[in-house]
Structure formats: C-alpha cells, structure tokens
Design a binder for this molecule. Structure first.
Ligand code: NAP
Length: 295
C-alpha cells in the first residue's frame, strides 16, 4: 500500500512543497487555518481535513511547514493536534525551522506513542520549493529517514541525514549563521562601493566572477541594488531563526558575535514594522546608519 501523506502549513514554502507531493500522485490530506490557503491544493486533488488531528488520523506520514516553534508544538501536541489522531508506526516530519531543543522534546513525546519524528528543515527558498530543488537537512532515526526519503526526493535535491533528532535543526541554524554573515557582508560591500562613488552594480558583477561569489551576492545583492524586497524570506522569520541560533549558543555556552551583529540588523528592520519584507532589506538599515549617499 502506498503511503498516505498529510501536509499542514500551506504558506510561501509549504504550498509548493505540498503541490509537488500531490503531483507525484500521492494521496494527500491537508489542513490550513485559512480556507483560501487550501484552494490550490484541493484544486490539485488533495483532501481538506477539519483539524490537524484529522490529518494525523488519515495519514501515514505527516509533514508540517509552519512558522515557529510554538506553532509546531500547538499543531502536533496541542488540542485537536496531530497527536490526537496519529497511529503508532506513523512518521511526523517537521520541515519548519524551529528550536533543536524543542524538537527533541516533541520527538520524545511522540515516541511515547510509537510515532517517529524527523526534523527536516530546508534551504533554497521559494524558488527551490517550487522547482523541487530544496536542500533538506534531516535529524532522526536512519530507518525513518529511509522510509521518508522517496518523498523528500519529490521536494528536494540535496537530501542529507545529518544525525539524531534535532541534528537537522542544528544544521539549519548553522546555515542561517552563514547566510546572516554573508547578507551583512554583501550589504556592507555595496555600501562601501556606493559611498566611494563607485557603481555598486559593477562591483557586484566583478565579485560574482571571483572568490567572493555566492548565491547571497547574486540573489540578495540584486535585491539590495534594486531595493526590491518582496519576500522571499520574510525578515520576521529571519529574526526567529537568529533567535534560535543565539538561544542555542547560549544553552551550550559559546560566543557567536557575528551572528549577534546580523541579528541586530534584523531586529532594527522588524522594529520599524518591516518584518514582512525580505530579509535582504537589512541593507536599508545599513544605509540609514551611514546617511544618504548618491547612487
Ligand atoms: P509563511 O508563508 O508565513 O507560511 C507559514 C504557514 O504556516 C502559513 O500558511 C500559516 O498559516 C501556517 N501556520 C503558522 N502557524 C500556524 C498554526 N499555529 N496553525 C496553523 N497554521 C499555521 O512562511 P514560509 O516562508 O512558508 O516559512 C515556513 C517555514 O519555513 C518557517 O519556519 C521558515 O523559517 C522556513 N523557511 C522559509 C524559507 C523561505 O524562503 N520562505 C526558506 C527556508 C525555510 P496562515 O496563513 O493562516 O498564517
């Protein structure tokens, strides 16, 4: 019998990921708190459920792709949550970016019922979700990973089992440290060029051909030059990710000063009420710190 799949969280990322599962022919049960989020999925043949518990009851493998740690806790363990419907032998796969420590606690709770949990956060953005080319970093048992792997392959390309429960979320936190440093660095480079009277677009082009080349320079550098901050990856979510990074660092007692600096840029951006913009908009904070400059 082929797996029955469940998917909860049909936002920028979850919608295209769930659609890719459905297009591969999977029987798919979905839940969203806003009816309009369900429309593209039900139009593609997915079955709408009345609650996360109902998704848990129907599906052998339940995917979640929601915003924050508290959302995952509520959907999985809360009232009418997946835990109220799910059966022993099922696998819950959380693909949101949340706290590694909370992930281990949730996995332990589900484990008491004979339900395995994988943490499988992703990188690659909306484009990767649409194209099915996400990088997927997985924590949990190797057996559960192998069971879900064929479905991961419908959503991503770089699919790696990192280690035990929580290891996927730690890997994602590491990813966000690199992205944060690089975003701040790209913004500073463009600022330096502009303030020196040098065309920042030419500088970006030159850097793309050398050792400073990166996807962040390419994609977010372009957004910074054009001032086009349609998300993409919302600054409010990036703020949440940096909170996870810095809380984890505090829990284990290590210093991550570079990550802390980037987190301050994001705090300033979100504090101005601009949390819905793409996080590349931290460049605007950098510009404002230095005063207006001619392009
Ligand atoms: P999003 O567009 O805001 O979507 C989040 C979805 O989760 C929304 O549909 C939201 O429903 C739903 N949701 C949140 N809390 C819920 C709850 N308690 N109960 C039911 N539904 C809930 O965010 P996204 O960009 O798809 O990001 C989702 C996750 O992926 C986040 O953890 C993010 O950090 C991670 N991520 C995002 C990107 C990216 O580029 N966007 C890349 C990698 C990883 P409503 O519509 O009703 O609010």
């Amino acid at each position: 019998m082929p797996d029955k799949l469940g998917f909860i969280g049909l936002g920028i990322m979850g919608r295209p990921m769930a659609l890719n599962l459905r297009r591969s022919g999977a029987e798919l049960f979905v839940f969203a708190r806003r009816a309009e989020s369900l429309v593209p999925l039900t139009a593609a043949g997915a079955i709408a459920c009345a609650s996360p518990a109902d998704v848990g009851y129907q599906a052998d493998i339940v995917f979640t792709m929601v915003s924050d740690t508290s959302d995952v806790e509520q959907l999985l363990l809360g009232s009418s949550g997946v835990i109220e419907g799910v059966r022993p032998g099922a696998v819950v796969v959380d693909m949101s970016t949340i706290s590694p420590a909370a992930t281990r606690r949730i996995a332990a709770r589900l484990g008491e019922l004979g339900v395995e949990m994988l943490d499988a956060p992703v990188s690659g953005g909306e484009r990767g979700a649409i194209d099915g080319t996400l990088s997927i970093m997985v924590g949990g048992s190797p057996e559960a990973f192998e069971r879900v792997r064929p479905w991961f392959e419908r959503m991503g390309r770089g699919i790696l089992h990192i280690g035990e429960s929580g290891a996927g979320q730690v890997c994602k936190a590491c990813n966000q440290v690199v992205i944060g440093h690089t975003l701040a660095g790209v913004g500073e480079a463009l600022l330096l060029a502009r303030a020196s009277g040098v065309d920042p677009a030419r500088v970006r082009e030159a850097l793309l051909g050398g050792f400073a080349q990166s996807r962040v320079l390419e994609v977010h550098g372009r957004r910074m030059l054009q001032g086009d901050y349609a998300p993409g990856f919302k600054a409010s979510l990036h703020q949440k990710d940096m909170r996870i990074v810095l809380e984890t660092a505090a829990q284990i007692g290590i210093a991550l000063p570079g990550a802390a600096v980037f987190a301050q840029y994001v705090n300033a951006l979100v504090g101005r009420g601009l949390g819905e913009l793409d996080s590349a908009a931290i460049h605007q904070v950098q510009i404002d710190m230095c005063g207006p400059r001619e392009p």
